[in-house]
Design a protein around this ligand. Structure first.
Ligand code: GLC
Length: 561
């Protein structure tokens, strides 16, 4: 019998996942929609807006924490992982949310905050009661140093030492965030088992996955000064995968401020059995000040920004998967940071969305981004609610720095910029609440709101809807190979995506003025304009003149190029 002729090597089959074509929408429950007039958003409020989200086209909601909490850090300090905070509703409300969302083709992803708990969690109450309590080892305790002071110089992300002395037992406990957020001890197998049991309990309720808060910190080894990327981090994640979601078809995304393209492949590599993807923050942190960090952000540099996106697109081209985002509940509003909120608000918001959503990865939209919500113009520290901003303000003032400079920095990059209430309409309080909101509504709600945008096919909202829809219908957007062009051009972002016979070419002007660009020969193409924020363009010649913040994407047939 003759052997079959050898086949040419096929391109590796794409390992398709449902979340490759998904667009995720982040809801910050406190600020989304208040159904009962107490000034705080809640789960029934979210349910009342599911139709809005369905018509936008998103298929996943990432819910920031809704669990029982003293709200020292707005729910990122959990005192009962299986309870719902009363101001947000009840477990029955949550089950209804999952069911109603499912009817609309939307899955619910929960926020898993297991690097730390609240100091009001029963585990911590027990743990602090005596050194031989069975829960003691759920947390990280150290004796005072030989001189009787802090065990080490570790700092909390929210400012000040990461250690607090607990008078009851005379030992310090570790908290990488506020003193009310004691860190769990992941080296203790009982802690891990409790977390996995809790995760399965939520998975059994039909959720679509987890966003994992500061997950790069769980492998910390404090005595060695290691906080992120500890030696057992990936062992824990593989164990978590095995014990919980590994057998279910869910989306998992780890928040990892320390992630590099190399570590992202460890988290999200095909054969690693860890997570679907991570959030990396290089495009954010590279523009922070060396000394003052985000409180004195530098203007962003487009060449550097393109280099970061390009690096991640390339590094995860064959294996792993990218998340794509401009904003979340910890970051300033995209249009304020990278666009223009005065002359070209609509154009620049659409441009930013186009650039991000047509890259390879899963896009995340943060509530209000789809209507171009902007940073807040607060003038006094009393208007801020965020624990990090308040702590840092105190430390800056104590260090003799100017309070006005601090407010300027907070207005540019503080976390409350993202946390002002969702602007639904021009009704009082932007339609967010009939009561008095927990944080002031941005005064521009009369002009920037959802109601005026949903029926306007030229609105920012309609542009987002179109982008979400395009991803569902064009494989080249989901899987096409990314290639950047004109890397050294200071004003425009140009990239292409190629899959089989299709090439998508994306052009974007990041400036409030016209820019004329000489295009590389390979990009003199003709095609169909899939989306644009001015009139449709159907060809790219030797030069292209882009209007202020113009962006468009042409789909070309490579055989006809
Ligand atoms: C994450 C959250 C942030 C929170 C912190 C501590 O960075 O996104 O909001 O304050 O973790 O849980």
């Amino acid at each position: 019998m003759s052997q079959p002729a050898p086949q040419p090597l096929a391109t590796p089959a794409i390992d398709r996942k449902w979340w490759h074509t998904a667009t995720v929408y982040q809801v910050y429950p406190r600020s989304f929609c208040d159904s009962d007039g107490d000034g705080v958003g809640d789960i029934p409020g979210i349910i009342s807006r599911l139709d809005y989200l369905q018509s936008l086209g998103i298929t996943v909601i990432w819910l920031s924490p809704i669990f029982t909490s003293p709200m020292d850090d707005n729910g990122y300090d959990i005192s009962d992982y299986q309870g719902i905070a009363p101001e947000f509703g009840t477990l029955a409300d949550f089950d209804r949310l999952v069911a109603e969302a499912r009817k609309r083709g939307i899955g619910i992803v929960l926020d898993l905050v297991v690097n730390h708990t609240s100091d009001e969690h029963p585990w911590f109450r027990e743990a602090r009661s005596s050194t031989d309590n069975p829960y003691r080892d759920y947390y990280i305790w150290r004796r005072p140093s030989a001189e009787g002071g802090l065990p080490s110089a570790l700092e909390s992300t929210f400012g000040g030492p990461a250690w607090t002395l607990d008078p009851q037992t005379g030992e310090y406990y570790l908290h990488l965030f506020s003193r009310r957020q004691p860190d769990l001890n992941w080296e203790n197998p009982q802690v891990r088992a409790e977390v996995y049991r809790m995760m399965n309990w939520w998975l059994d309720r039909g959720i679509a996955g987890f966003r994992m808060d500061v997950i790069d910190l769980i492998g910390k080894q404090v005595d060695a000064g290691i906080t992120s990327d500890g030696p057992h981090l990936h062992d824990y994640l593989q164990e978590m995968n095995r014990e919980t979601f590994g057998s279910r078809d869910v989306l998992t995304v780890g928040e990892a401020w320390s992630a590099t393209p190399t570590s992202a492949l460890l988290y999200s590599g095909r054969d690693r059995r860890e997570l679907s993807m991570v959030f990396q923050f290089e495009h954010v942190t590279q523009f922070w000040d060396q000394t003052y960090g985000k409180w004195r952000p530098r203007p962003f540099d487009l060449i550097a920004l393109k280099a970061v996106f390009g690096k991640w697109q390339t590094a995860l081209a064959e294996d792993g998967w990218n998340s794509l985002f401009w904003v979340n509940h910890d970051l300033p509003r995209a249009v304020s940071r990278y666009g223009d909120t005065t002359g070209f608000h609509v154009e620049s918001a659409k441009m930013l969305a186009t650039v991000l959503h047509l890259m390879k990865g899963t896009p995340f939209i943060y509530q209000g981004e789809e209507i171009g919500m902007t940073n807040v113009p607060f003038t006094s520290i009393d208007q801020y609610k965020d624990i990090e901003t308040l702590n840092m303000h105190r430390l800056h003032v104590e260090a003799g720095l100017s309070p006005d400079d601090f407010i300027r920095g907070a207005n540019e990059s503080g976390r409350d910029n993202a946390r002002t209430p969702m602007q639904w309409s021009s009704a009082p309080q932007g339609g967010f609440t009939t009561g008095s909101p927990w944080i002031e509504v941005n005064p521009n709600f009369a002009t920037v709101n959802a109601e005026t945008q949903v029926d306007d096919d030229q609105s920012i909202w309609s542009h987002y809807r179109k982008l979400i829809d395009l991803r569902k219908h064009h494989q080249v957007i989901v899987y096409g190979r990314y290639q950047s062009w004109l890397d050294q051009h200071p004003d425009v972002f140009v990239y292409s995506r190629t899959l089989e016979g299709d090439r998508l070419v994306v052009l974007a002007n990041f400036r409030p003025h016209e820019v004329t660009v000489t295009m590389p020969d390979e990009l003199h193409v003709q095609g169909r304009c899939l989306i644009g924020n001015y009139t449709d363009m159907d060809r790219i010649g030797e030069t292209v003149t882009l209007r202020p913040y113009e962006a468009f994407a042409l789909l070309c047939d490579l055989e006809k190029v």
